[in-house]
Design a protein around this ligand. Sequence first.
Ligand code: LAC
Ligand code: NI
Length: 151
Amino acid sequence: MKAFWLDNNETISGKALRNHGVEYHSLDVHNYQKDLDRIKEENHYVSQDIVELTPVTPNLEGILAKFDKEHLHTDDEVRFVLSGEGIFDIRTNDDRWMRVHVSEGDYLSVPAHRHHRFFVTETKNIRCVRLFKDNTGWTPIYRESSAIAST
Ligand code: LAC
Ligand code: NI
C-alpha cells in the first residue's frame, strides 16, 4: 500500500488512513480466511465473493467508466487484493482526496457514504475478495458534481 494526498503529494500512513475512517490491513494472500472471518464478525459483514478485472474481461472499458466517476455506496466498500493492483481515490470528510495504491495483500475498507473512485493500472489486472453487510446489491450513487469536481 502506498497512499498520498492528491493536493500536496505528502505520504499518508496506514494509521492516518484509519484516522480518516478507512480501515487498512496487510494480510497473507495464502492464508487469509481466518483473518477475514474475524473481520466479518467484528464488522457484521455477512457475504463474501471474488471480483476480477483483466484485459479480457468483457466490457472492461464500460465497467471501468463506472468506477472512475466519483460515487458512494450505502455499504462499506471492502476489498482484499489477492493479485494485481489498483488505485482508490477516497475523499476525507472535508473533501480532500487521498490516493491509495493497493496491491497483493492489501485489505481496504471505504466506509459507507464516503465518496470515492477507482482506477486500474496499466496492467489492467486486479483480483479481490469483496465483503458485504447485506445481499441487497451493490449500486453506486454518483456525485452530482462529479464531472466538474473531479480534482
Ligand atoms: C466499486 C469500486 C471499484 O464501486 O469503487 O466497486
Ligand atoms: Ni465504489
